[in-house]
Design a protein around this ligand. Structure first.
Ligand code: NDP
Length: 341
């Protein structure tokens, strides 16, 4: 069945930085046209929502306007350029790529980060791919590359009931067999982290980050955590420095409270600490890397070792509500957008 490609589409966009109020929903935004010979046009079905969108919208990361958010999605190929050999119309794909809070997205078919999931992929599978790809790859690469977690390590995870957080907690406890110390802002979230494998639970609404550091030292007999996966950034950085073990590794991978202030490297000396500040794309740049980690991810999901907790699926037009809830720390697990037909 061939899909007729309309001239206009529904998208979320903004043309200035700011809070959620700058987000617009349009039903007559132009569909990308003039496919180059290497390009494909995908009709999106589900797009994953990630916290990183807020950094572009708030101006922490640079954006050009009009800006259509979206970093990962799944859908069906509806048009291909004349030189495209590796995909055909009707193929279903999951991909890391930009501008997919939209019905249609144009992609370079030679890009590393597209997975052909087969023409027969079901709607539920497309949902699962869009729900797991970016956050799953982030968690897997962080615990193997940023700090290769060892069995028996004590590992601190912040936002432990969030999208990346819940995946980290499961992989650290089940696959790496580490002791997971979870930080989250409500008991409900902490309970979710516990169900997913966290051993120690610390509530950041009841304890200051400094008090949390003291608790971590208590849990580890004064030694500190072997590794820290911190996505809060600015507010929790001193907690990390206080609670990391001698020769431990701090992996700072997010800015939910703002970017970490510049620091002098001599601060690493007292405990011979390592700090990493990675981004996912630097771990899945080469085709072999992307393939290796996506296969690992989908195997873990298939085996049942990793469960993707889909908290809520919002309609595309409701992205503003979705991000207000996410930024207000009301969501846990993964949130998604369903793209209208
Ligand atoms: P989450 O589902 O984890 O949502 C963000 C969570 O951050 C909130 O639920 C909240 O959990 C916590 N949080 C802590 N402090 C604040 C604050 N001041 N304001 C708002 N939220 C706060 O989002 P994602 O799973 O999409 O992403 C998690 C983190 O990982 C983000 O920081 C993101 O930028 C980062 N990331 C980094 C990548 C990389 O390549 N470096 C790739 C993917 C994600 P609680 O209420 O429990 O504290």
């Amino acid at each position: 069945t061939t899909v007729t490609i309309p001239e206009k589409q529904s998208v979320i966009y903004y043309d200035k930085t700011g809070g959620p109020e700058v987000l617009q929903f349009s039903t007559d935004f132009p569909v990308p046209s003039d496919l180059a010979s290497n390009e494909i046009l995908v009709k999106n079905r589900y797009s994953g929502i990630n916290y990183i969108e807020t950094y572009f919208r708030n101006g922490i990361y640079p954006a050009s306007f009009p800006y259509i958010p979206g970093r990962e999605a799944s859908g069906e190929i509806v048009a291909i350029g004349s030189d495209v050999k590796n995909f055909k119309i009707g193929d279903k794909i999951a991909y890391l790529g930009n501008q997919n809070f939209a019905q249609f997205t144009k992609l370079d078919s030679n890009k590393v980060s597209i997975i052909n999931v087969g023409a027969n992929a079901t709607d539920d599978q497309l949902k699962l791919y869009a729900a797991s790809l970016l956050q799953g790859l982030t968690a897997i690469t962080l615990i193997n590359e940023a700090y290769n977690v060892k069995e028996g390590d004590y590992i601190l995870v912040t936002a432990a009931a969030g999208g990346v957080g819940l995946i980290l907690v499961q992989l650290l406890s089940k696959i790496k067999k580490a002791h997971v110390i979870a930080v989250a802002s409500t008991n409900e979230k902490l309970n979710k982290a516990k169900v997913n494998g966290a051993e120690f639970l610390l509530n950041s609404s009841e304890l200051s980050y400094d008090q949390i550091a003291d608790k971590i030292l208590e849990i580890t007999n004064g030694k500190g955590a072997d590794g820290i996966f911190d996505s809060i950034g600015k507010d929790s950085f001193e907690m990390d420095m206080k609670s990391i073990k001698r020769k431990g590794t701090i992996v700072s991978f997010g800015n939910a409270s703002g970017a970490v202030s510049p620091l002098s490297i001599t601060r690493l000396s007292p405990k011979n600490v390592k700090i990493a500040r990675p981004q996912l794309f630097g771990y899945v740049t080469e085709p072999e890397e992307f393939q290796f980690y996506t296969e690992s991810l989908f195997d873990l999901i298939k085996n049942g070792d990793l469960k993707i907790d889909i908290y809520k699926v919002y309609a595309l037009k409701d992205y503003k509500t979705a991000t207000i809830e996410m930024e207000g720390r009301k969501t846990s697990g993964k949130i998604l957008l369903e793209i209208p037909n």
